[in-house]
Design a protein around this ligand. Structure first.
Ligand SMILES: Cc1ncc(COP(=O)(O)O)c(C=O)c1O
Length: 345
């Protein structure tokens, strides 16, 4: 295993980063106790020391966010729609009966943490970014199944490359029979438990040489919901951008951004609706989208004995490519962003 303590910004090979933890200099921490958040601070200590009774350890009272900082060509640093992450985390907190971290403070704390680790933000043009991980856990002495008496909100950052190997090279996915969420469960919240349950199907998929597992809707097992930890989209033969709609899908900020760009910049019709897994031939292209995945073109999908190929197993399709260029152009500051999408650090 890599000794992450030994890695420095001077020795990092920015162009060949994977998606793994590298210890950076500072992280932000704030504690909630007696009904309020303390003022929060940056610390160099990357260890968390908590009570053995913490609800996060036993009852899954834990939620998180995933966002990125992008180095622009002029050396400045961009955040992409950070208020959306703050709002989504607030909703995750409400679902788990945790005290939300105020939205303005969330964005300010993200900014502070990135600024303190400025030298870890990968240079423009390397294809790498600084991944930002805000999280909240229930802590404090407790034993019964109830909301924790105290909470920790923290943010750490780590430089990353592509989440799925190959970047814009298509990869293949396999439909799993496991569910990641229940119909009226926590699928729409970014809570730890959803991911614990995804480890087995994800690992089984990778063992079979697929990039990840595709989850169907938990009620009927007929419709595509999520692609690993990314949302699904497909482009129909008559140029419609279609993406699943379901209360058990995580509302992806990337997905909603792509819906806007598909409509307003590419002139496509956009629709959230059912994506039946046995009707994939309506799509000429398909992809997985998310902060970590960016846009990962889907080459093919294995469903039982059927293997359905979309545009190509080796080449990205033209519409997916245009969406990708538009999205990352905006994130890196090369293309004008819709109002309030890019926030400077
Ligand atoms: C289950 C799941 N779906 C979708 C996404 C993509 O969401 P976003 O675009 O907001 O990163 C993520 C990652 O955050 C995820 O974990």
């Amino acid at each position: 295993m890599m000794n992450t303590e030994a890695v420095t910004p001077e020795t990092l090979d920015w162009e060949n980063l994977g998606f793994s933890y590298i210890k950076t200099d500072y992280r932000y921490v704030s504690y909630w106790k007696d009904g309020e958040w303390d003022e929060g601070e940056l610390t160099r200590d990357n260890q968390v020391h908590i009570s053995e009774g913490s609800t996060a350890l036993h009852y899954g009272q834990s939620c998180f966010e995933g966002m990125k900082a992008y180095r622009a060509a002029d050396g400045s640093i961009n955040l992409f729609r950070p208020y959306e992450n703050a709002e989504r985390m607030k909703r995750s907190c409400e679902r788990l009966l945790m005290p939300a971290f105020p939205v303005e403070r969330f964005v300010e704390a993200v900014r502070e943490t990135v600024e303190a680790n400025e030298q870890w933000v990968p240079p423009y043009g390397t294809g790498s970014t600084l991944y930002i991980r805000p999280y909240m856990i229930g802590v404090g002495d407790n034993i019964g199944v109830r909301a924790a008496p105290e909470y920790l909100f923290a943010i750490f950052v780590t430089p990353v490359g592509p989440y799925f190997k190959g970047g814009l090279t298509p990869s293949n996915f396999v439909v799993t029979q496991y569910d990641r969420a229940a119909p009226y469960g926590t699928g729409a919240s970014k809570v730890g438990g959803n991911y614990g349950g995804s480890l087995l199907p994800g690992t089984e998929a990778k063992k079979r040489n697929f990039s990840d597992a595709i989850y169907l809707d938990p009620a009927t097992h007929t419709k595509i919901e999520e692609v690993g930890s990314a949302n699904f989209f497909g482009i129909t033969h008559d140029d419609k951008f279609i993406t699943p709609k379901s209360p058990s899908i995580l509302p992806s900020i990337t997905k909603y951004s792509l819906m806007y760009l598909a409509e307003h910049r590419l002139g496509l019709t956009v629709e959230e609706g059912d994506v039946y897994v046995d009707q994939l031939d309506r799509f000429k292209e398909a992809g997985a989208c998310g902060t970590a995945a960016v846009i990962s073109p889907i080459g093919g999908i294995q469903y039982g004995d059927d293997f359905h190929v979309f545009y190509s197993e080796t080449e990205v399709g033209p519409v997916t490519k245009r969406l990708y260029n538009e999205l990352i152009g905006i994130q890196y500051g090369d293309i004008a962003a819709p109002e309030n999408w890019v926030v400077k650090v």
